[in-house]
Design a binder for this molecule. Sequence first.
Ligand SMILES: CC(C)(COP(=O)(O)OP(=O)(O)OC[C@H]1O[C@@H](n2cnc3c(N)ncnc32)[C@H](O)[C@@H]1OP(=O)(O)O)[C@@H](O)C(=O)NCCC(=O)NCCS
Length: 234
Amino acid sequence: MKPLTGNNVIVEGRVLFGNNVVIRNNAVICGPARIGDNVVIGDGAVLGKRVQLGCGSTVKKSDEKTLVIKNGAKVGCHTVIFSGAVIGADVLVGDFALIRENSKVGDRALIGCRVVVENDVTIGKNTKIQTGAYITAFSKLGESVFIAPFVVTTNDNFMGRTEKRHKLKKGPVIKNGARIGAGSILLPGVEIGEEAFIGSGSLVTKNIKKGVLAYGSPAVPVRAVPEDEKIFKK
Ligand SMILES: CC(C)(COP(=O)(O)OP(=O)(O)OC[C@H]1O[C@@H](n2cnc3c(N)ncnc32)[C@H](O)[C@@H]1OP(=O)(O)O)[C@@H](O)C(=O)NCCC(=O)NCCS
């Protein structure tokens, strides 16, 4: 069905639209893309952006893959979503967010304003990522995870030097129901256990076990997360 479009909307390539899609002014959609029913695309959004790599990038350039935006998702103003991303049903993506190629966002997740989700990230359903957080490539976030504003995740201990970094590169793994406090930094490959809680401003250098509240720099376990705060009960 033909979407309801504002002014200066550009649709190029093969784009399939569901019913009742609304595209606001100046949005650009590059196919291949599948846009589900009741999707709303904000002013100036760019969807299906082609992958452009820097000359020293280690990311493999693949053929353009289909961007999928499922039913009921809402995409904010000036948001950029790359080709090959999958945005789940009823997801809300805030203004000025960026989601790169091959990343998958689960149903009903929230990607806040100015959040950056790099390539090949998986985000489970009902997960909330708040304003300005940085989710590095290859991170794995479970369901109902909470990432507070301006959290930073990392994946490369060699910061772009040496060949062995390619093998050792690993984003954090954040299990179901875990919460990461505002402004915390997660070092490459750390695992945050189910329903764990990282206090604000922490530097997480080691794995944190299931159900443990930890904070500090470096973050150390302090106590157990109260049972009444848990979503995933025993
Ligand atoms: C961890 C947290 C819940 C407090 O836990 P708590 O066990 O109740 O801690 P308390 O407030 O009783 O403080 C106990 C001690 O730990 C210290 N402390 C508390 N939180 C800390 C943190 N994040 N980092 C370092 N020290 C911390 C306190 O200063 C206090 O020290 P003292 O014993 O020397 O006085 C809270 O600090 C926190 O990080 N909340 C998350 C806020 C957030 O990011 N929200 C995001 C959505 S806006």
